[in-house]
Design a binder for this molecule. Sequence first.
Ligand code: ATP
Ligand code: MG
Length: 284
Amino acid sequence: MKTPKRIQPLVDEGLVDEVISQLMSGKEATVYVVRCGEDIRCAKVYKEASQRSFKQAVQYQEGRKVRNSRRARAMEKGSKFGRDQQEEAWQNAEVDALYRLAHAGVRVPQPYGCFDGVLLMELVTDDDGNVAPRLNDVSMSADTARRHHALVMGYVTRMLCAGLVHGDLSEFNVLVDSAGPVIIDLPQAVDAAANNHAKWMLARDVDNMSQYYGRYAPELLTTKYAKEIWALYEAGELKPDTRLTGEFEEVLLEADVNSVLEEIQAAFEEAQERKLRLQEMELE
Ligand SMILES: Nc1ncnc2c1ncn2[C@@H]1O[C@H](COP(=O)(O)OP(=O)(O)OP(=O)(O)O)[C@@H](O)[C@H]1O
Ligand SMILES: [Mg+2]
């Protein structure tokens, strides 16, 4: 097909040889199938900031680190230079996350860099070379649902161990190839330690997955992976290969909170008594 304007610079640079077809055009990006030498790859062209929707929301930006302080100040001021810097940071967030996650053992498309707002990555395909379907478009047996759900819980765990929460994980952002689920669409990924919304975003991500796979294996609907994962993470005990159970004893935690409160109350009463005794001694 005719080379889209945004991909032309990559053709000029020799990074892309040919644009084969448009895969889809969504709210946030347009995705193309391209040829790079012998390889068929995927090119994701980000839309302008004004056309993007919820993923720009402040909740996702919180805690994102900007190393260069001049750049950080410009971004805060909202000048043209600042907006450009913000745009660049946004475009690089996904490729950075992909490299980090591939390294951490999460199944994501292999990234090949981001150039002028175009992310080049592996095209996920089925065995015949056709573009892999989204999770939303496949049905499966209860057994496969259980297996794939366990894989995804493992990926969420590894992601969190690498410091990230996807933030928009759903059946629309998971592709399925012959080896199972592949996680995509990460420009909004949040920094788990620095973002105060990370906990509920992780819960939403995990619950979306349990709900979806739960259509095929209903016992997944009552699992508590999100709470289990977050509790282990907060305790510093989450490891990339932690074996999860999907169970979580909230009662125990409440009992703990109660015993802490009792301790505080006891300490308070003791202090009061001491004060009283001192006052009595002074009066004597
Ligand atoms: N690496 C890939 N391999 C195969 N297909 C892909 C790949 N990346 C994206 N796609 C296809 O393009 C679609 C959009 O990609 P992505 O989810 O990353 O963009 P998006 O900005 O979220 O778009 P939307 O707003 O429609 O969700 C995916 O749902 C998937 O069908
Ligand atoms: Mg998407």
